[in-house]
Ligand binder design. Structure first.
Ligand SMILES: *Cc1c(COP(=O)(O)O)cnc(C)c1O
Length: 243
């Protein structure tokens, strides 16, 4: 990852490089770069770097923690951008999430969906725009991992599609950790198959396939990703910045 070994390379340069790599991966796969949305994952990084990325053209941002985002949002609320929650959301924070984000990309239970629905229905002014959601599918067999099991995706999707203040847009997934043979490709392919099957069975369009992070987004694009969630390659190493 080129952005990582230059501690002082700017967010704008890193963003440009990431967009170039997206375009190249798309071209290799016979796809158009415009089919792929870059989500700049700004968790742990200060609001001024969000402004920097926005000035350089980023329009989608991903955050993981409700409390952190409550502190940062007021500093960037004037920006024209789409704010995504990409990390796991606990049910008891659903109401806060429903007012802080345009999109929840990590939906993993009907209980959570119902709480988001109620909170969105109560937002002022009404009618509020629908909250965009993705169902997070567990692509790693480890039971402790987040996301719903494959066999539970259909039932959850049917439940979500019945909620008028939520807009089910597709699926999201994080493959097993790097190093596990045979790499992330089969998991990405599986997620795409699940999305295609779900679109077929529900009749909902489900255009979004959110897969691919800094270390594997090119493979994800080759496998059909429409949203890549890139943190490290744009903002730098999250662990190294506070020595
Ligand atoms: C942190 C995070 C990312 C970004 O990961 P990088 O490896 O830094 O690109 C993407 N998706 C989710 C769900 C995350 O939590």
């Amino acid at each position: 990852m080129r952005g990582m070994d230059h501690a002082h390379s700017s967010v704008a340069d890193n963003l440009t490089q990431a967009l170039e790599r997206i375009a190249q991966a798309a071209s290799r796969a016979g796809r158009r770069a415009e089919e792929i949305t870059l989500i700049a994952v700004s968790k742990t990084f200060p609001a001024h770097l969000i402004r920097e990325a926005h000035a350089a053209g980023a329009r989608h941002f991903g955050e993981s923690r409700i409390q952190e985002w409550e502190g940062k949002l007021p500093q960037v609320a004037d920006l024209d951008a789409v704010w995504h929650l990409v990390g796991h959301l606990q049910s008891n924070k659903a109401a806060r999430a429903a007012s802080l984000f345009h999109a929840v990309d990590s939906l993993d239970s009907l209980e959570l969906a119902r709480r988001l629905e109620r909170a969105r229905a109560a937002l002022e002014p009404q009618p509020a725009a629908r909250l965009r959601v993705l169902i997070e599918v567990r692509l790693d067999a480890a039971p402790a991992k987040s996301g719903v099991r494959e066999e539970d995706v259909d039932a959850l999707a049917e439940g979500v599609l019945a909620l008028p203040h939520l807009e089910l847009r597709g699926l999201m997934g994080v493959p097993p950790p790097l190093g596990d043979a045979p790499g992330p490709r089969p998991a990405f392919r599986r997620l795409r198959e699940l999305r295609d099957a779900l679109a077929q069975s529900t009749g909902a369009p489900l255009p979004v396939l959110s897969m691919g992070m800094s270390h594997d987004f090119e493979i994800a694009i080759e496998e059909g990703s429409t949203e890549v969630r890139i943190g490290t390659a744009i903002f730098g190493d999250r662990n190294a910045k506070n020595p």
